[in-house]
Design a protein around this ligand. Structure first.
Ligand code: PGA
Length: 258
């Protein structure tokens, strides 16, 4: 069975104090014995202000740290930015790239996303590349085209070295934060399109070994099981439902098969 992955995206939801508290609860829960045989990885992405603090809390823990974004340059006059090596300094293993909220509010585009993917891989961080169509694109049957284009632009000419990993998160924009996930069958279809295009670009073997394709958008403990039974879904990225340890832990149990 393939390793699964569950990513908590805490967005801009918590103060430093609240973040510390929740991170300690995550550590306490997931480092306990009952999680020892879990099938896969847990990642938490707090806001930038909290990264180093949470990095300290998760040191020697099985919970991995992720950044919610990075810039593609290494150092210099890039006010407000954080580089991949700075994310490494804080203890990050993962970086979210191209989240739809960054695309929407900070006008990030896929040319920028491509630069970030390249920079992140250079530092041996694992990029979590977010793709997904908006409601208009879905309504007008453009979803498949949009997904293929987003993959091609963000991963164009990227070469993976050895066992370098890439995670593609399929997040239909209209389902994020809406409280209603899409139909699992629709997610399965979108994931098949993504896998086929990745196979075209990287070859079946590399995709099977190095890529994971996960779903995000209003996942909760009530609906996660119906997604995890599907063949092409390797895990999930979770926003709202990751802010309470009880709810997140229920979801993690189903994804990581505990
Ligand atoms: P949500 O967010 O689970 O609150 O819909 C998911 C995401 O934005 O990654």
């Amino acid at each position: 069975m393939k390793d699964k992955i569950i990513i908590a995206n805490w967005k801009m939801s918590l103060s430093l104090d609240e973040t510390r508290k929740l991170a300690s609860e995550f550590k306490q829960e997931f480092d306990s014995k009952k999680w020892q045989n879990k099938n896969g990885d847990i990642v938490v992405c707090p806001n930038f202000i909290s990264l180093t603090e949470v990095g300290k809390i998760f040191k020697d823990s099985c919970v991995n740290l992720g950044a919610q974004n990075v810039f593609w340059e290494e150092k210099g006059s890039y006010t407000s930015s954080v580089s991949p090596s700075m994310a490494c300094d804080a203890g990050c293993r993962y970086v979210l790239i191209g989240h739809s909220e960054v695309r929407k509010y900070l006008l990030e585009n896929y040319a920028m996303i491509h630069k970030k993917v390249k920079a992140v891989l250079k530092h041996d961080l694992i990029p979590v590349i977010c793709i997904g169509e908006n409601w208009d694109e879905r309504k007008t049957n453009k979803r498949d085209f949009v997904l293929v284009e987003q993959l091609q632009t963000s991963l164009n000419s990227i070469k993976l070295i050895g066992d370098q990993r890439v995670i593609v998160a399929y997040e239909p924009i209209w389902a994020i934060g809406s409280g209603t996930a899409i139909e699992p069958a629709e997610a399965e279809y979108a994931h098949k399109i993504i896998r086929l295009e990745l196979n075209n670009m990287f070859g079946i073997q590399t995709v099977s070994n190095n890529f994971r394709i996960i779903y995000g958008g209003s996942i909760s403990s009530d609906n996660v099981a119906s997604f995890m039974e599907l063949d092409n879904i390797d895990g999930s990225i979770i926003g709202g439902a990751s802010l309470k340890i009880e709810e997140f832990s229920k979801i993690a149990k189903i994804i990581l098969d505990i």
